[in-house]
Design a protein around this ligand. Structure first.
Ligand code: ADP
Ligand code: MG
Length: 685
């Protein structure tokens, strides 16, 4: 028996010190360890004849030791040379500071070796090599060698041997959790075989079989989980909203004319709302394309039909901004909006909840607070999630469960490739707002090296402020914690005041501030009582202050491209020309490439695509972006066929057993809950 939830430090042969290193790789339990898969493999299984070796290649050879020699060219250095021959020729193996080799091997021994070939004047040498006695079960040479993703402090060899030591234990067996009927139907190997062979493949075929099983399983669990959490929704039993003249009055009261793209999206939404099918639509529109007003009109249309609506946003700042603009537009039409956020007092909250329950409030706007159990609607007809990539799958599901099959709309500025959208939402419809409101001037982006930082502050900032404009300064992203990030922000404000702007009004916004403090700072900035707002990434999404025309991002190399794009979208929201200065402090090629992408394009779709190329799908589709479990081996591009199979199977399973209660699906359900639960926490931050 083995308990996969066992903490790694208590596993025999690992101990606290190694456990510490493993923790850095995100490995805490035995399960984490055996599911920590190699990033790639080095195929060393092909033994080459010595005469066939080519310069600079890495290769495995087999031969007999003919001569050995160790000498010390200088103090602290020791070179061992071993001459080896096979039936075709000779090669010399060279080792630095590995004296023990002379104790383990001797002339006449049969050996296997793997290393890098150097050929000069027909003389062959094998360097950086690994050597072992010839057996039928080679340990490091002549096999398919796993290569793990690592951080400092832990070598590939060490990790490999830790994993092997666990897997090789007699009693260690990973228990199957896929139902037998699935294993048989898709001819999958067992999980124990798959895990063993992904870490220590006995052959190329074995590796293939193992991978296939693991890829299938990852897709199945992902897809089934998504269906499972969505299962409350009866897709054919939607509300049939009616057209209402008054909506036109609201449209006409807006201070601007809707763009063609906004009109098209709105039409598509209204058509969905009027049909009996439950709307399940994603609105993709680049930063600043005007998604909010589309949300407002959709919600208003629901209210004009006698229903309530809800709008969930990822931050309090954004929620209250939406609330302000809704109130301004809708109050005259007697549509009542209210704000529900974590920072309200209990008394305030209770009052709001009471009114929502009685339908004295038509549109409830808020953060995650909306999905708490005590929030009850009388008649919820439409649910909108803004910046949906910030929420987990379960959170979105929970909001729509507060109504009886309400229509669902999600909005995002981070475009999702069609294939991923299909996985995430099944038969999701997509509206695209591919047009910015008229009069916008493209944001000019300039990347500068850190050493030119003060120029940016001295000249650019001052110029903008002189013109009556306002400026954002975004602090470096700090991974460790919001607290450290906040400290960095405080320091930056002090520096800016001291060094550059003793005469200007500089404000500070960070995640550790009380919501009321945040509100009042945002209010000051909106009402031009501040010239410069220094902020952490709390302003990343949604914030709308059209008079802000310059954004300076410090240590821009630490941000993802999509994130830079979101941040940059805080400027260029009004009629004035806007600028974004990226200050970077890195000389790597990747950094330069990323910076120049940001300089060259302001098209969010293109940027997203590039981000995908640079970071790879694994990270891009990971939890942070979309609230779904990480895919470790499966790749939605590469394994499209397997994905489709898994999708069909998942749909079938959920059709038979909506709640996954059948005995045969029990273990699978546990796995789904496990995979989706750890993710939820992250997306709640
Ligand atoms: P996002 O799509 O990034 O959420 P917003 O909805 O916040 O964008 O809109 C950005 C700004 O554009 C807001 O100030 C909004 O009032 C304005 N806006 C939206 N639609 C139009 C339009 N059709 N014409 C002019 N301005 C518009
Ligand atoms: Mg928005």
């Amino acid at each position: 028996m083995n308990n996969l939830s066992k903490e790694i430090q208590f596993v025999k042969g690992i101990g606290p010190k190694r456990a510490n290193k493993l923790n850095k790789l995100g490995i805490f339990t035995l399960k984490d360890l055996i599911y920590y898969f190699p990033r790639q493999y080095e195929d060393r299984s092909n033994i080459k004849k010595i005469t066939q070796l080519e310069n600079d290649e890495k290769a495995s050879i087999k031969g007999i030791i003919t001569r050995m020699d160790t000498y010390s060219p200088k103090k602290g250095m020791n070179i061992t040379k071993i001459d080896v021959r096979d039936e075709s020729g000779y090669i010399r193996l060279v080792f630095f500071n590995q004296e023990y080799i002379t104790k383990v091997f001797k002339s006449g021994d049969s050996i296997l070796a793997y290393g890098k070939v150097k050929i000069e004047n027909n003389f062959k040498e094998l360097s950086s090599c690994e050597i072992e006695h010839y057996t039928n079960a080679p340990q490091s040479t002549c096999k398919i060698q796993p290569v793990y993703p690592l951080t400092y402090g832990l070598t590939n060899k060490e990790l490999e041997s830790i994993i092997k030591s666990v897997l090789l234990k007699e009693e260690f067996k990973v228990k199957e959790y896929l139902p037998r009927y699935i294993i048989e139907k898709y001819k999958l190997c067992g999980i124990d075989y798959a895990i063993r062979n992904i870490h220590n493949p006995t052959s190329k075929d074995a590796l293939k079989i193992a991978l296939y099983r693991l890829v299938f399983e990852e897709f199945l669990v992902l897809q089934l989980g998504l269906f499972y959490f969505k299962s409350g929704v009866n897709e054919s039993n939607g509300i049939e909203f009616k057209e209402n003249e008054k909506l036109n009055d609201i449209v006409n009261s807006l201070p601007f004319k809707l763009t063609k793209a906004q009109n098209r999206a709105l039409d598509e939404i209204l058509e969905d709302m009027q049909s009996s099918k439950v709307m399940n639509r994603l609105v993709q529109g680049d930063v600043g394309s005007g998604k909010t007003v589309v949300a407002l009109l959709s919600l208003a249309s629901g209210v004009l039909n006698g229903y309530q609506g809800a709008l969930m946003a990822p931050t309090e700042i954004l929620a209250s901004q939406h609330y302000e603009s809704f109130k301004e537009t809708l109050e005259t039409f007697n549509i009542k909006s209210e704000l529900l956020v974590g920072s309200l007092t209990k008394k305030q909250k209770d009052k709001v909840l009471e009114k929502v329950k009685n339908q004295e409030i038509d549109i409830l706007i808020g953060t995650h607070a909306l999905i708490e159990d005590k929030v009850e609607f009388k008649n919820l007809g439409i649910v909108i999630t803004d910046e949906q990539h910030r929420f987990g799958v379960r959170q979105r599901g929970r909001l729509s469960n507060k109504g009886d099959s309400p229509d669902i709309l999600v909005m995002t500025a981070t475009p999702i490739p069609r294939t991923l959208a299909l996985i995430l939402y099944g038969d999701l419809d997509i509206s695209i707002i591919d047009e910015l409101p008229p009069g916008r001037q493209p944001i000019e982006t300039i990347a500068i090296e850190h050493k030119r930082r003060s120029e940016a502050y001295e000249n650019l900032v001052r110029d903008e402020v002189k013109k009556g404009r306002q400026v954002y300064v975004v602090c470096p992203l700090v991974d460790e914690s919001e607290k450290i990030e906040a400290t960095a922000a405080v320091e930056l404000v002090e520096e800016l005041k001291r060094e550059f702007f003793s005469d200007l009004r500089v404000g500070l916004l960070h995640g550790k501030m009380k919501p009321s403090e945040k509100d009042s700072i945002m209010d000051d900035f909106k009402n031009k009582r501040l010239d410069i707002l220094v902020s952490t990434t709390v302003i990343e999404v949604g914030v709308n202050v059209p008079n802000a025309t310059l954004m300076i991002i410090e240590n821009a190399e630490r941000f993802g491209l999509a994130q830079l794009h979101q941040l940059r979208g805080r400027v260029g929201r009004g009629k004035h020309k806007s600028y974004c200065i990226l200050i970077y402090n890195s000389k790597t090629e990747v950094c330069k490439e990323r910076m120049s992408i940001m300089e060259e394009t302001t098209d969010g779709f293109k940027i997203s695509q590039k981000d995908l190329e640079i970071r790879g799908p694994g990270e891009f589709f990971g939890t942070r972006q979309h609230g779904i479990p990480e895919l470790k081996v499966a790749n939605i591009f590469k394994h499209m066929k397997i994905l489709k199979l898994a999708q069909i199977e998942a749909r079938y399973i959920i059709g038979q057993d909506v709640k996954l209660q059948l005995e045969e699906n029990k273990k699978l359900k546990e796995e789904i809950l496990y995979k989706f639960s750890e993710r939820e926490e992250i997306s709640l931050n």
